[in-house]
Ligand binder design. Structure first.
Ligand SMILES: [Zn+2]
Length: 93
């Protein structure tokens, strides 16, 4: 697994204990693996899961909104970091 580069949200370099992960914007538990992936470090991924607990099913719009809000909390604009998310038909958000 690669450890080069850095997390696009926190800008911390990947290393053995901070590896890149893929976050399913539409969580697998509800959407069964369809939809876009976004790369983020393990630490940010864990923080997202903690800050946005998946207690009840989110609509796809809510999934995207929550990821956008999380990016903002890191000082990043989601569509700049992950331009491929513009193409999933919810770019008006
Ligand atoms: Zn990170």
């Amino acid at each position: 697994m690669k450890t080069k580069g850095s997390c696009p949200l926190c800008d911390i370099k990947y290393h053995k204990k901070r590896r890149p992960t893929n976050h399913h914007v539409f969580p697998r538990m509800w959407y069964h693996g369809i939809g876009p992936l976004v790369e983020v470090c393990q630490d940010c991924h864990s923080q997202f899961n903690h800050d946005y607990p998946m207690r009840s099913v989110w609509s796809k719009a809510e999934c995207l909104q929550n990821w956008s809000d999380f990016c903002k909390s890191k000082g990043k604009w989601m569509y700049k970091v992950y331009p491929h998310l513009k193409n999933i038909g919810l770019a008006h958000l």
